[in-house]
Write a new protein. Structure first.
Length: 447
């Protein structure tokens, strides 16, 4: 278990740096919004400015989903947030772009701005600070942790090791060998109990779900599935552009095809490990944000660049279903498995299956996904798979496992010791305007 450090505890007694110098916050925000991840997205810029402004002002009542939808996105004041998840979708996009921005800069920034999942308040961490600074809205009168704090601030490594060192420095003659061992064990148990109490209830399920990955001494390997894409050869493209007098200067060109046009095998080449669906990219951003928030190192790999031996020794996250051979191989003998591109079967009940009724065009209206969490693996490292039948299912599965509220609701349906067991969850979701919405859990299995 983990708890916060003394430095975080002390920060409750000092004024946040963000409140002392809002001008510096504004300067850092302006620089961030002019960066590539935010430069061309006006809605994300507007939302982030709004959240930072009202967080600094301590105006919690203006940081509610329905209020943001009305003030930022022009929705009616009484609109149904369940039917129109614009705020949740745009907030998730802002979080992804923040993660992309901070990953791209070579040095630690003066100010790190974040919006923790499950909250619409900003948090601020200053480079020179000894601990993450808390936004005014994140304080409580009793000094307890608040769900609005970034997970990194809530779950700092426990100070059990320094405490053990203090005990070990005492003269050995005061303790018998077994008495000393018993005392240390008691301290560890007590420390773990205190740590569990310090994790806020809303974030406890999230913490328990992710701990095997965020508390590992080895980097997390994120294996990204890629779509099967064939590209036209340069000869075909060059011939077309020359015949039509196009000055492409290297730009991508769609070549229109007539029903009777003939192309040969030599006119195509497979673009292996080159194309990743946008939904899968967004899912990767979710996962990267989750592990980096805990300062956990990671590596992004394609399936052809990772061996099963590495997966047995390093905590792993698999992104994608049918487009990720690692996912298909590692989950093929589990209870819930994907079949025939549009079907999920229950291996323990041949009469139970879930069918995807795909649209005839590219405008998908629904998807299914399987979340697989394997932690009880006879000494092997943990594996997490978020696998949609299509890209929207993969994205919805990633959003699900990164959402404290979703995991809390799931944990309420599971045995108390669920975090120590393997888990599979089947999700069904609606797709509206090329975005996953209305995700529901339709089946759960633990073992």
């Amino acid at each position: 278990m983990e708890t916060m450090t003394n430095s975080v505890q002390a920060s409750h007694d000092t004024e946040p740096a963000s409140a002392r110098d809002p001008a510096r916050v504004q300067a850092a925000l302006d620089h961030l919004l002019s960066s590539p991840p935010f430069r061309n997205t006006q809605q994300c810029q507007t939302l982030l400015r709004y959240i930072v402004k009202h967080t600094l002002a301590g105006e919690d009542h203006l940081l509610r989903e329905r209020v943001i939808g009305s003030e930022v996105f022009g929705r009616k004041p009484d609109y149904e947030t369940g039917e129109d998840p614009v705020v949740r979708i745009r907030a998730a996009e802002v979080r992804k772009r923040l993660a992309q921005y901070y990953q791209a800069i070579p040095e630690t920034p003066e100010l790190h701005i974040d919006i923790p999942p499950g909250s619409y308040r900003a948090t601020f961490r200053w480079k020179e600070a000894t601990a993450p600074d808390l936004a005014p809205a994140a304080r409580t009168h009793g000094g307890d942790l608040h769900p609005a704090l970034p997970l990194a601030a809530q779950l700092q490594p426990a100070q059990l090791q320094p405490f053990r060192s203090t005990i070990a420095d005492q003269p050995a003659r005061h303790f018998g060998r077994w008495a000393f061992a018993s005392l240390v064990a008691l301290i560890l148990v007590a420390g773990a109990s205190v740590a569990a109490l310090r994790v806020p209830a809303p974030a406890r399920a999230l913490h328990d779900f992710w701990q095997p990955w965020t508390n590992s001494p080895k980097p997390v390997i994120i294996v990204i599935g890629s779509n099967a894409v064939y590209r036209l050869s340069d000869a075909v493209t060059d011939r077309y552009t020359a015949e039509h007098h196009l000055e492409t200067h290297g730009m991508e060109v769609f070549i229109p095809m007539k029903p009777d046009d003939i192309l040969h095998g030599s006119d195509f080449f497979p673009a292996e490990n080159s194309f990743v669906a946008l939904g899968d990219v967004a899912a990767v951003s979710d996962m990267v944000a989750s592990v980096t928030r805990q300062k956990q190192p990671f590596q992004e790999r394609f399936p052809n660049d990772v061996s099963f031996a590495e997966l047995r020794n390093s905590p792993t996250i698999l992104i994608g279903g049918f487009n990720n051979p690692m996912t298909m191989e590692l989950t093929k003998n589990l209870r819930f498995v994907m079949r025939a591109h549009d079907e999920i079967d229950d291996a323990q009940d041949p009469n139970r299956r879930w069918l995807l009724h795909a649209s005839n065009d590219s405008h998908d209206t629904e998807d299914y996904a399987i979340v697989t969490r394997m932690v009880a693996r006879s000494g092997d490292a943990p594996v997490l798979s978020v696998a949609g039948m299509g890209q929207y299912g993969t994205l919805a599965a990633a959003d699900f496992v990164c959402n404290p509220a979703s995991l809390r609701q799931l944990a309420n349906q599971l045995p108390k010791d669920w975090a120590a067991h393997n888990l599979q969850v089947i999700l069904h979701l609606k797709v509206v305007d090329f975005k996953p919405v209305a995700t529901e859990v339709v089946a759960v299995h633990t073992w």
